[in-house]
Design a protein around this ligand. Structure first.
Ligand code: ASP
Length: 428
């Protein structure tokens, strides 16, 4: 958390990269006539090499980052054995809300159609964009089980990597002290990968500048509207999840007032919004649930940290919308099976996303890979991601708190007097 100031600085830099890239791209498109210098040296030379170099750095992170963070994530799940039924129910609830969130995202995105009009397929035709070949349902299911994990790792078969990582995490929990060296190795390697991610993200302003400049040099103004539509779709889907899905879930499964809940929990949402870091909100969330909403710490001290690690509904909403955006921008048709695959992989990506800023963008590459979408599309949305990251983090932690309240209520661990007690506007 000590880098928080720097991170905010970096987001502004990325945003400046986006705006700068758009301006330079537009100047190239409208004001500079076709020439060797413009097209070969800049657009297909410098911009292409630096932009692609950055994308390759991001791709380099995916397999090790997801692998380590899933091993650690499933070690955390392994601990739920101690909590028995509560643990299992919490995890099921988390998975269901995440799947619901992606469904909301896919529906909103299919109504707004954010990527239509971008025609990236034409621009990128020369870039050897790799699009995976489609396979049948039974084969897709079978392909989750690796026959050789090293093949899966080296070829970026993300579902196989996930399957194996979850397995390793579960076994490590079972072996406990007997495998503490291996467990520590994965936790520490996870830290290494997080640090590497932060370093690679430092190159993001330049990478985004080059990628956007190249896009706008080729598309002109027609790229603006789709990007705004993408942002609008993510925000709308986040709003629906937070103020409809969650409130209905809370009301129907506990009878408690969603209005009281949101009012009292709002400072925690504001804190998550300003830091874009689920992990940082854990203490405040537990305290608020206990002091203002009467939710027993016995439950929340387990479910809130677990949720901050594995339950990212807001992140998966961004990923769902991004999938539709990219598919439309590149003119790729997604089948029903593709959508189901997206629901599955984005749910798992949410487990693999650490509760710190921007990681949702890295795990997005894994969702794109699963349905054969070009990773290049992520560059388009990266420049405007910070504000979405802030908003989705607020939704991420609200999802954890709603689930915690539902589970606690079913265990008679919510003090209704405290829940409905008029709250003073005390300091947070
Ligand atoms: N910033 C998010 C969180 O901390 C993760 C992400 O979506 O990048 O919850």
């Amino acid at each position: 958390m000590k880098n928080e100031k720097k991170k905010i600085g970096l987001s502004s830099q990325i945003f400046i990269g986006l705006i700068g890239g758009a301006i330079v791209g537009l100047i190239f498109n409208y004001l500079i006539p076709q020439s060797y210098i413009r097209d070969v040296v800049f657009v297909d030379g410098l911009f292409y090499i630096l932009g692609q170099g950055f994308i390759r750095l991001m791709q380099m992170l995916v397999v090790p980052l997801v692998f380590c963070s899933l091993v650690c994530g499933s070690m955390a799940i392994g601990d739920t054995k101690q909590l028995g039924k509560v643990g299992v129910r919490t995890i099921i609830f988390y998975l269901i809300t995440t799947a619901l969130a992606i469904t909301v995202a896919l529906s909103v995105a299919n109504i707004i159609n954010p990527g239509i009009g971008l025609n990236m397929g034409n621009i990128q035709a020369a870039d050897n964009v790799t699009v995976a070949t489609k396979t049948s349902f039974s084969q897709t299911m079978l392909n989750i089980i690796p026959t050789n994990i090293f093949y899966g790792l080296t070829n970026g078969k993300m579902l196989q990597v996930i399957f194996f990582a979850l397995f390793v995490g579960i076994i490590l929990t079972r072996l406990d002290d007997k495998a503490s060296t291996v467990s520590n190795f994965f936790s520490e390697f996870n830290d290494v990968m997080m640090e590497m991610t932060m370093l690679v993200m430092k190159a993001a302003p330049y990478g985004v500048f080059c990628l956007i400049a190249r896009t706008f040099a080729s598309t002109g103004f027609s790229a603006f509207v789709p990007m705004l539509k993408y942002m609008g779709s993510v925000l709308l889907a986040l709003f629906v999840q937070c103020f409809f899905v969650y409130t209905i879930l809370l009301k129907t499964s506990t009878g408690l007032s969603p209005v009281v809940f949101i009012k009292k929990f709002f400072p925690v949402m504001a804190f998550a919004f300003s830091t874009a870091t689920s992990n940082a909100t854990i203490p405040l969330s537990i305290e608020t649930l206990k002091d203002k909403l009467g939710v027993s710490k016995k439950i929340s001290s387990f479910t809130i940290p677990l949720g901050a690690t594995i339950n990212m509904d807001g992140t998966s909403i961004m990923q769902g919308v991004a999938v539709v955006f990219a598919a439309q921008a590149y003119g790729i048709d997604l089948s029903m099976l593709d959508y189901l695959t997206v629901i599955g992989t984005a749910t798992i990506a949410s487990i693999g996303t650490a509760g710190v800023p921007s990681v949702g963008l890295i795990t997005l590459t894994m969702v794109f890979n699963s349905v054969g979408l070009p990773i290049e599309a992520i560059a388009l949305i990266m420049g405007i991601d910070r504000i979405l990251d802030m908003t989705r983090t607020a939704v991420n932690i609200t999802g954890d708190a709603i689930c915690t309240t539902v589970i606690a209520n079913s265990n008679k661990q919510v003090d209704k007097d405290t829940f409905y007690k008029k709250f003073e506007k005390d300091a947070i």
